[in-house]
Design a protein around this ligand. Structure first.
Ligand code: NAP
Length: 253
């Protein structure tokens, strides 16, 4: 009997979770899959997934390379968030140095649709500059990015995050929404209305479920400060879970 085919999925995204579940329920699998999902440990209650989970950093590219070798990983899958550039770079170098195959799940970015009022921003600093005095900006960003807006005392903010931050929010005028984003555009629109939002600030993450906020902003004709993605790390990349799962099954056979 063959050894299981050992896969390390770098996760922290819904896609990573859905990929593990898709692999576990695939009927074409001919060899047992041993799936480990790695999480950075940023959220206190990560969603459950299929297979094993490990939590915490590896210690840079060399730490990840060591882990891949020690655990005899057959395939590395980078299914991290498109803005999580560091771990993707580490994955690239760790795969290069160990010779372990790496595949990337790179969900397509959102494209502007009719009715969208997007202001393209190269980065968070540009978004912070562009907000007009007196704006009420809804920040659909992780708590680690809020300090980029801290100099804007002339703007008020609504900051949404999943867990209550362990530090003081570095914004003078702000309100906090402790909740996961709703996947229903109407509920997102209700929230924007409730806070008298004038601008939405978000990153071009792509993905279907959290697109609801973009639809909500469109329906309310809200300007969206859309932060551009960092360049993707090179490698064999897939735009959807099914194609990637098929390739993994093919490689495992
Ligand atoms: P990052 O800046 O690319 O990574 C910083 C460090 O965190 C990495 O060098 C690594 O530490 C550790 N790390 C990141 N992802 C990891 C993983 N899946 N497993 C183990 N260690 C990991 O990442 P980030 O932007 O802070 O995001 C952290 C995690 O949250 C990512 O896994 C990402 O998929 C998820 N996430 C991020 C965003 C976002 O907006 N950035 C949004 C949703 C989910 P070592 O160098 O010590 O290995």
């Amino acid at each position: 009997m063959d050894n299981p085919f050992k896969i390390l999925i770098l996760g922290g995204t819904r896609n990573a979770r859905d990929l593990a579940i898709a692999l576990s329920s695939n009927t074409e699998v001919t060899r047992e899959l041993d799936i480990i999902t790695s999480l950075a440990g940023r959220t206190s209650e990560p969603d459950r997934t299929f297979g094993k989970t490990r939590i915490g950093g590896f210690g840079g590219a060399s730490g990840l390379a060591e882990y891949l070798s020690n655990e005899a990983i057959d395939l590395l899958v980078d299914s991290t968030h498109p803005f999580a550039s560091q771990i993707s770079q580490n994955a690239f170098f760790a795969a290069e140095s160990t010779g372990i195959r790496r595949l990337v799940l790179n969900r397509p970015k959102w494209e502007r649709q009719a009715g969208d009022n997007w202001i393209d921003c190269a980065d968070l600093d540009e978004a912070a500059r562009v907000l007009p005095t007196g704006a009420k900006a809804f920040l659909a960003l992780g708590h680690q990015y809020l300090d980029r807006f801290s100099h804007r005392d002339d703007v008020s903010f609504v900051a949404r995050m999943i867990d209550r931050p362990k530090f003081d929010i570095p914004l003078k005028n702000h309100e906090l929404v402790l909740a996961k984003p709703s996947h229903i555009a109407r509920e997102e629109a209700d929230l924007f209305r409730q806070f008298n939002t004038t601008h939405l600030v978000c990153r071009n993450s792509g993905g279907g479920l959290i697109y609801s906020k973009i639809e909500a902003a469109r329906s309310l004709k809200l300007p969206v400060l859309m932060i551009k993605r960092p360049p993707a790390v090179s490698g064999k990349s897939f735009g959807n879970i099914n194609d990637l799962a098929e390739e993994i099954i093919r490689l495992s056979a």
